[in-house]
Structures are given as C-alpha cells and as structure tokens.
Write a protein of this length. Structure first.
Lengths: 256, 318
C-alpha cells in the first residue's frame, strides 16, 4: 500500500492529515503511534477508503483505492474498528460468517465449516454458538477480528484493538494477532496506545503528530527519548530491563 | 434447528390446524366435526356450500393476511432497527388506504388495481421515513410515523366519513378476492423468506457492512420493497389492521431468539393464527352481528403492546 502526499480535512476545516507519503511494506506489522487527536484513526480510515483524501492518492498493488469497488476493497482490506456496535444480538458464528460476504454474492449461504478456521485462529471456536451480548470485551474483540480475517484480506487494519481490555486480554489478543500475521502472512496495520507494545510487536512504526508523519521505520531506530518526548509532549525516559530490553516510561518532568 | 425452535414451530402449526378446524365449525350455522366430514364427503350440499363458498375463503384470507402483516412487521423492525416500527404504526398502510380512497374520487374509472395505489402510498411513506435523520433516531421515527398514520386516518374520515381503523373486515370476502390475496401473499412471503438473511445483516452498521463489501442501502431498499408489497397487498384487499406487525414479531423473538431466519417464518405462522382467531371470534361473538377484525385487534393489541413495553417482558424493546 502506498500513500502519496495524502491530506484530509472536513469541509474546509482544519487539516487533520497533512501531506503524508509512506509505504506499507507487504507482510509487515506496522503500528501507528502518536498522541490523542494526532489523526491516527482518520489515517486508518483513509487507508480503508472509509474516508476519501482531500488531496493525494492511496494505492494498493498499483491500483487507486478510490477507483476500486466496495467488493474489491473488502476482499483486500479488512478493518476492526474501535467500536463495533450491533443493533440486535447475533450468534458469534453469524458475525464471523458475515466476513465471508466479501467473497460471496449476497444471497449465498455460508456453511459453518467455511468459517471454522477463522474461529480457531482467533481462539473463539468454543464460543461459536454463544450470543455476542454474553461475551466479555476481550472475547468480543476476538470475534470481530475473526469476522475481519474471514474476508481473507491482504491487509488487516486494527484501530486500538486492545482498548477496554485488561492486561491479560491485551497480551492474549496480541498473541492472536502475531499468530495470524505469521500463519496468513497478512499485512497488519494497527493503532496502538501502548508504546511498548507497539515497539515490541512491530516491524515498522509510523510516528504521527498533528496530522503529520514525523518519523517512519524500524522500532529499534526510535528508542529516542527526545523524539518521543517531542511527539507525546511529555517527559519520556527509556530504561533497560534485563532479559527484556528497552522499556519506555513516561515521567513527570521534575522526577529526575 | 434448535430444540426450542422445533417446539415452538410445532406448537404454532398445531395451534393453526386446530384453529382452522374450529373456525370451520363456528358461525351463524354451527357444524360439528362429523357434519363437516359428511359435507366434504358429498353428503350434504347445503353445508358444503357454506363451508366452501363462505367459510373457506374467509379463513384462507385471514390466514394469508395475518402472515403478510406479521412478516411485513418483522422485516420493517429489522430495517428500522426499531422493534416498534410496524407498517400500521408508521402510517404506511394508512397512506395506502388513503390513496385508494382518493383514487376512487379522482379516477372513478379505476384504471388500476387498488393494490397499485396502496403500493404507491405505502412506498412514498416508507421512502420518506427511511431518510437518514429518522433512521438514526428511533424516537423521532415512531412519533413521525404515528403522526402520519393519524393524519391519513383523519383525512380518510374527512373524505369518507369512515375512520381508518375499525372498518377493515373479512366479512363478505369472495373467492376471487381471496385468490388475489393468496397470489399476492405467496409471492411476497416467498420473497421475504429468501431475503430473511438480509434482515440479519442489517444488525451491523452501514459502515461495517460497507467494509464487508455490502451496500446497506441496497439491502434496505429491497427489504422495504417487500414490506410495502406485503402490507399494501393486505391493505388493498382488507383495509388497515393494526398491531399484528408489531406484536407478533416481538412474540416470535421472545420465543426463538434473534435470528430473522427463524423469526420471520414463525411470525408468519403466529400472525396467521392470530388473525384467524381474532376474525373467528369477531364473527361469532355477537351473532347475528359481527365485530370487524381490525376493531378487535385494536382493542386487544393496544393493551397488549402497553403491557409488553411496560413490563420489559420482551427485553430490549427499543
């Protein structure tokens, strides 16, 4: 996926994304990090063609997203949004089956066995016939991921997949995502709140501030206290933990 | 099918068969079961005439009509994300009925079938109601729907001296009316069964559907077309019958859960049973007079709806 000088604003308002040019390396895990209001979610929506750039172009395999049909997009890009609302209750397996709509025509019947692998990959097989409303937040999030990968996309975009989850569910979910990436060779783009998670999991980082791409590249290059402090506008320190490596912590400016 | 579904489906079918039989027996000339058997085996032509020419079309008409209204209600509820969104409450059937009346004045030659006017009236109303701002605000939708429905009812009264509700009856229905209703109903109900999975798809937001390559507008358009077709088909032949489309789908949901592929067929069965029962009671309780099905439905349905919403018996009714 290639972003070429992409900008976005709502109706002549303040620009939310400004002149971003970048490549997503196929098969990599890319994390987008930056403070609240930096434009991360907007950027992800642009990459999913949910929003159209005010100027600039986004292309996938040399094809402009804006020129692709809804169906073509759905079979290449899947999105797990931050909030996934259902108007009425559904069974887990039916939510996952809906991902298959990207591959079938609208009146097709999707067999149970067609979606079993996706349930398995997201460790939700045992929940298949449970109602969504009876699941915990972490389980529900895994079901939405299962539904997204049922589209068999090349790109999986996740908007803060670990928000609302406690620490254990967070690491469970991250393990699921890492496994998916390995097994399916899916390119994963995610917005992560937890900087350390982002640094540990990703092959590539995009650091965003005020709608601009400040830096991009391998995480190892950005264990940089000054750069991170600038981006997040707080005092950031990097400590080294034995058998773990670098760990980023934020401290009030007067602590040292 | 789950065990629960099998139980409720079997019960509904059983209840339906018993009610059809009872309804054949009851009326101005009551029959015993053995009299019905002997009439059908050709031993009593006068009895057979009553059964085949008077009771059978009426029973069939109420069955088809009940099924149509209940299924229209179920689909309407799914497209509006609102469990109160029934064509009769939203003014869809009222608009159809009103347009039939107006067309009678303006185009006395009546070049088209009533069904077409009912379809146009209902379709325009639904088109108006499915605007974006109403889809996002269930309160507004219902209030505007009720206002529309009362407005049409008022106009109807103004032009004909008749109120919209209360005159709709199966009394005097002929085989030819019944056959029209049957053909219309079967086509619409088959379409509803085929499109039932789409009603489930609409549980996801439009954005979620778009991400899966599906146009929510396309789905909504065709489902609403089925709603208008079914409800105006029934309105054109019988008139407005309120509450069937709101109560029956909620009962079905309460019995078998949230999957429209099971809610819709069960609603059809229960709707058929309900309208047949109401009509049978209406035509026998005050013999030799009779109470129109719409009147009983209003009198029974109103309080039932209040009870249903009040007690939160049918959880999450929004």
């Amino acid at each position: 996926m290639k972003l070429d000088n992409v900008s976005f604003s709502f109706h002549a308002g303040q620009p939310i994304i400004q002149n971003i040019s970048a490549d997503v390396v196929p098969g990599s895990i890319l994390s987008i990090i930056g403070p609240n209001g930096a434009g991360k979610t907007t950027l992800l929506k642009l990459m999913a063609n949910q929003l159209k750039p005010t100027s600039g172009q986004i292309s996938l395999n040399d094809q402009f997203l804006a020129k692709m049909t809804r169906k073509q997009l759905a079979s290449k890009i899947a999105v797990v949004s931050q909030q996934n609302h259902l108007y009425d209750d559904m069974q887990v397996i039916d939510v996952v089956k809906m991902g298959r709509l990207a591959k079938h025509h609208l009146l097709a019947t999707v067999e149970d066995k067609e979606v079993l692998p996706y349930l398995e990959m997201t460790r939700t097989s045992s929940l298949a016939h449970r109602a969504m409303s009876h699941l915990s937040g972490g389980q529900r999030q895994r079901v939405w991921i299962a539904s997204a990968i049922a589209q068999e996309p090349q790109y999986l975009l996740l908007d803060e997949p670990t928000t609302y989850l406690d620490i254990r569910y967070q690491s469970d979910l991250m393990a699921v995502i890492a496994e998916l990436h390995k097994k399916k060779n899916m390119t994963i783009v995610m917005i992560l709140h937890d900087i350390n998670q982002a640094f540990k999991m990703s092959d590539q980082l995009w650091l965003i501030r005020n709608g601009r791409l400040i830096a991009q590249g391998a995480p190892s290059r950005y264990y940089d206290e000054k750069l991170l402090s600038d981006i997040f506008n707080i005092s950031i320190h990097i400590v080294t933990i034995p058998n773990y490596g670098h760990y980023i912590i934020e401290l009030p400016a007067d602590s040292f | 099918m789950t065990k629960r579904e099998i139980i409720w489906y079997s019960l509904a079918v059983l209840l339906l068969i018993v009610s059809i039989w009872v309804s054949l027996m009851m009326g101005a000339t009551p029959f015993s079961s053995s009299q019905i058997f002997s009439a059908f085996s050709g031993h009593n032509d006068a009895d057979l005439n009553i059964l085949v020419q008077i009771r059978a079309p009426r029973i069939l008409a109420s069955l088809v009509c009940g099924g149509m209204l209940a299924v229209a209600g179920a689909i309407s509820q799914s497209t509006f994300h609102n469990r109160l969104a029934d064509p009769s409450i939203l003014g869809v059937t009222g608009a159809g009925s009103f347009l039939i009346l107006i067309a009678g004045f303006l185009v006395p030659a009546f070049p088209f079938d009533k069904m077409i006017y009912a379809f146009i009236g209902g379709g325009l109303t639904l088109l108006f109601l499915s605007s974006k701002s109403l889809l996002q605000n269930s309160f507004k939708l219902i209030i505007i729907g009720v206002a529309l429905s009362l407005t049409f009812s008022g106009f109807q009264q103004l032009f004909s001296g008749d109120s919209l509700v209360g005159t709709s009856t199966f009394n005097g229905i002929t085989w030819s009316d019944t056959l029209t209703l049957l053909i219309t109903g079967v086509i619409g109900l088959v379409a509803a069964m085929i499109l039932a999975p789409w009603a489930n798809y609409l549980k996801m937001s439009d954005q979620q559907l778009a991400l899966r390559g599906v146009s929510a507008r396309f789905i909504r358009f065709w489902l609403l077309a089925v709603v208008v077709y079914l409800s105006s088909g029934a309105t054109a032949e019988i008139g407005v019958i309120p509450f069937v489309g709101i109560i029956v789908p909620n009962i079905s949901r309460y019995l078998v859960g949230h999957d429209y592929q099971t809610i819709i067929p069960l609603s059809m069965l229960i709707g058929s049973w309900l309208l047949l029962t109401i009509d049978t009671i209406g035509r026998t309780i005050t013999l030799p007079g009779e109470i129109p099905a719409a009147t009983i439905m209003t009198v029974v349905g109103g309080p039932f709806l209040v009870w249903m919403l009040w007690g939160q018996k049918f959880n999450e009714v929004r």
